[in-house]
Design a binder for this molecule. Structure first.
Ligand code: ADP
Ligand code: MG
Length: 242
């Protein structure tokens, strides 16, 4: 069974038709790289998938549960869909460990001791267990982003959405974050990544989605698409970023 099924998804901001009928299927273990020009609807698509944006038409199905315009399953869906943002959005007044412990306690009623054990595990996974008692401002941007990943993982999501998570980082910090994402992919985590890192998309992704003007303009295997774009728009986009 597919893990994620998006069908005929439409989204408007006022009169602006931002998502114009998106169909997309994601299987367990897929690493989907979404690329496209600024304004093509990439972030909006990700945000609809964990309920941060309402949808106007269509259906999102995650792990057998439906989210439609009525949003009845929102709470349960959010637990299945983790998200990491360009700006790390850590709570500055909480320690690294507390940042990771918070959601399981609040949303899942996990006990404090269990949440602490879980946070230690997740920080170990991103190589930052030694920063458990540090505060976000004491960390580099790359480390903060790795904490944000650990925080999302602590909710045991079925799929992790990453929206340009290396775009706000100094160039020398990008690779440590990509290494963590790559490790998740190797471990079989289902990932949907909006990224400008084309080499990474080609190496780690098994599906590429090129968005253009609110539509999935072209999709397929990354290596095939990069080598043989079928549309002028994708060819032009690839040309513009190389
Ligand atoms: P991308 O992530 O591909 O750059 P976005 O999904 O952020 O694209 O934006 C798609 C379109 O929707 C753009 O035209 C953008 O200006 C518009 N948009 C995004 N968020 C909002 C919002 N909250 N209100 C109104 N328009 C928005
Ligand atoms: Mg965006």
């Amino acid at each position: 069974m597919s893990l994620l099924r998006i069908s005929a998804l439409h989204k408007y901001y006022g009169d602006l038709h931002v998502l114009k009928g998106i169909d997309l299927t994601v299987e367990p273990g897929d690493v989907v790289a979404i690329i496209g020009r600024s304004g093509s609807g990439k972030s909006t698509l990700l945000r609809t998938l964990n309920g941060l944006e309402t949808i106007d038409d269509g259906v999102i199905e995650v792990d057998g549960e439906y989210l439609d315009a009525a949003r009845a399953n929102l709470r349960s869906l959010r637990q299945k869909v983790g998200m990491v943002f360009q700006q790390f959005n850590l709570f500055p007044h909480l320690s690294v460990g507390q940042n990771v412990m918070l959601a399981p306690q609040v949303v899942k009623n996990t006990s404090r001791d269990e949440a602490r054990a879980l946070a230690r595990q997740m920080l170990e996974r991103v190589g930052l267990l030694d920063k458990f008692d540090a505060y976000p401002e004491q960390l580099s941007g790359g480390q903060q982003q790795r904490v944000a990943i650990a925080r999302a993982l602590a909710m045991s999501p079925r799929v992790l959405l990453c929206d340009e998570i290396t775009s706000a980082l100094d160039p020398e910090l990008v690779s440590e974050v990509l290494a963590v994402v790559k490790q998740l992919a190797v471990e079989g985590m289902t990932l949907i990544l909006v990224t400008h890192e084309m080499r990474f998309a080609r190496e780690v992704g098994n599906k590429l989605v090129f968005m253009h003007q609110g539509r999935v303009h072209e999709t397929g295997h990354p290596q095939t698409l990069f080598a043989h774009p079928q549309t002028a728009e994708l060819a032009q986009f690839i040309g513009s970023i190389n």
